[in-house]
Unconditional design. Structure first.
Length: 557
């Protein structure tokens, strides 16, 4: 915002917590710090995204005015009894650091430090602020912590601050650039991994088109030649392959209610990912606290008709009757998973008195979004889906009696295909996973959304290619249970991502403690599952088009 000379500039204290546990944060004043004498101003109201991310802004009580220099001034004193000293010592041992905001610019400072042998602990008592301005706007804030004071019980510690204003050439639009880390995100490895994945895509697309062109052409030729022969001449040994299951291939999947709900949810997650990445590419979402999460929640609610449309139409095509139940399951599958995990972690946060504990009002707001926005929009989508594309229009008739599935080699079993299906899609994204994890669990701001978009496109292509190949082999083994197999072989990517998250936790971070660990593994499970459902839906949609295509071209007696 623009400021006038000597207009009040507010220093907000956000949270304090251990450096290695990014999500374990507490209110700044939960440590026995003291506040300045300036009268409290009205509380800063959080957005939904901020409330869910545990942002708790409290007024520091420091008197700062625009372009008004302040020499070193004591703003309060701490009477250090044993309990307060122990609290500070614990914080220093665990490398606590705190975050503050001036004009929405974040500033980080460390609480204190210990000497080499770890016997004496020192508190930084002097906050030296240097604020850069360009015209009438604040464009840069730097904090230097000085005034090391040894912590001893029954002493008084004076806390002081100073403010220096300096002219800066940084444009207001570019003031966040110093927080970004181009050397990390635009590293050669990042470019190389994208190039690598891209080569894999070309290879896979080539492979799939080769399989389809060669084998299908051969199959079609064989089938048409057989039709020209008399029944007597036909070689019975040739009667094998995917054509044999034409009467069963469009049979409804087992558990169609769950299946269609998963496909609907996957399509919705895909559209949310796509829209949020595009918004993040256009708008710099990282410049506002919690804006990424708020955007994701808004987009998720707004794309609910997508879920209803795809889930509802698929369920109708499979001859499902209980469409209202299907709509409820589709609408609440993802929200229930996320809220269930959040609820469990919330208990631990409350036990720890952490700022991550979600306030009751925020919980009510999220429930209202689920019941009054997501559900009605889902209903609209379901009704449209059932009426516009709910009629089964399969190229082949479904036989009344399902044919028995013949014995086949162990590696053609659906279970084996499912396990192997996720390896290549995971391979195409795993370097990007490292960058995404680091920006979420460590202190990097993710801003290269163009990369993320490329990776999403690559993931989709790889997933579709892999599931088409898997399904072709399955149908050739005369096994027509391709719906769940195509979904699960793509969704198994999630298992590999979750396994990678264990590697990341133990080898790339120094997290510790019940709260941070449960937070990490809880939300990684949610992330992996959502990714799996999305990949599964993409795989199924691609395979479904492929199956429909090959059976349309076949002449059936």
């Amino acid at each position: 915002e623009r400021h006038l000379y000597k207009e009040e500039v507010v220093l907000w204290m956000n949270t304090v917590g251990p450096y290695h546990n990014r999500q374990e944060t507490y209110k700044y004043f939960s440590l026995p710090f003291c506040a300045g004498s300036k009268k409290t101003i009205s509380h800063y109201h959080e957005t939904l995204g901020e409330a869910l991310q545990g942002v708790e802004l409290e007024f520091s009580g420091l008197d700062i005015k625009f372009k008004d220099e302040v020499m070193q001034t004591t703003y309060c004193e701490i009477d250090l009894d044993k309990a307060k000293r122990d609290a500070f010592v614990y914080a220093i041992k665990n490398h606590y650091w705190y975050q503050m905001y001036i004009d929405d610019l974040p500033i980080w400072g460390i609480v204190g430090e210990a000497d080499e042998n770890g016997e004496d602990h020192y508190l930084w008592t002097y906050k030296k602020l240097e604020i850069g301005y360009n015209g009438n706007r604040i464009v840069d804030v730097n904090l230097t912590s000085e005034g090391k004071v040894r912590l001893m019980a029954n002493t008084r510690i004076a806390m002081s601050y100073s403010v220096k204003w300096k002219k800066s050439d940084v444009k207001f639009e570019d003031r966040f650039d110093k927080y970004l880390d181009p050397s990390f995100f635009q590293h050669r490895i990042h470019w190389f991994s994208i190039f690598n994945s891209f080569m894999m895509v070309i290879f896979l697309v080539g492979l799939v088109s080769m399989i389809l062109m060669r084998t299908l052409r051969k199959d079609y030729a064989r089938y048409s030649k057989e039709e020209e022969m008399d029944d007597m001449d036909r070689d019975l040994g040739d009667e094998y392959g995917w054509k044999q299951v034409h009467g069963d291939v469009f049979r409804p999947s087992s558990h169609p209610l769950i299946f269609s709900s998963l496909i609907g949810s996957g399509c919705q997650i895909f559209s949310v990912s796509l829209i949020v990445i595009i918004v993040a590419m256009v708008e710099d979402l990282y410049t506002e606290r919690g804006s990424m999460l708020s955007t994701a929640i808004f987009v998720y609610a707004a794309t609910s008709p997508v879920n209803g449309y795809f889930g509802g139409s698929l369920y109708a095509k499979q001859g499902g009757r209980r469409w209202i139940k299907q709509m409820f399951i589709g609408a609440f599958m993802i929200p229930a998973m996320v809220c269930g995990t959040a609820f469990f972690i919330n208990f631990i946060a409350i036990y720890y008195h952490a700022s991550r504990a979600i306030p009751f009002g925020t919980m009510v707001a999220v429930c209202c979004i689920c019941f009054f926005v997501i559900l009605p929009l889902n209903l609209v989508g379901t009704i449209l889906g059932r009426n516009l594309s709910g009629q089964p229009n399969f190229p082949c008739r479904v036989n009344a009696v399902p044919r028995p599935i013949p014995e086949k080699k162990w590696f053609m079993e659906p279970a084996v295909i499912v396990c192997l299906g996720g390896i290549l899609p995971f391979g195409s994204i795993f370097i990007e996973m490292y960058f995404i994890f680091t920006s979420f669990w460590a202190y990097k701001i993710y801003y290269v959304y163009g990369f993320m978009m490329l990776v999403l496109v690559i993931l989709c292509i790889v997933t579709v290619c892999v599931t088409i190949v898997c399904t072709y082999f399955l149908l050739n083994a005369e096994d027509y249970r391709w719906q769940w197999t195509s979904f699960l072989s793509a969704a198994s990517t999630a298992v590999y991502v979750y396994m990678y998250s264990f590697y990341y936790y133990f080898f790339k971070t120094k997290m510790y403690g019940l709260f941070q660990t449960s937070f990490y593994f809880g939300y990684m499970a949610v992330f992996s599952t959502a990714l799996g459902i999305m990949c599964g839906a993409i795989g199924y949609m691609g395979t479904s088009a492929f199956v429909r295509k090959i059976y349309t071209n076949v002449k059936i007696d």
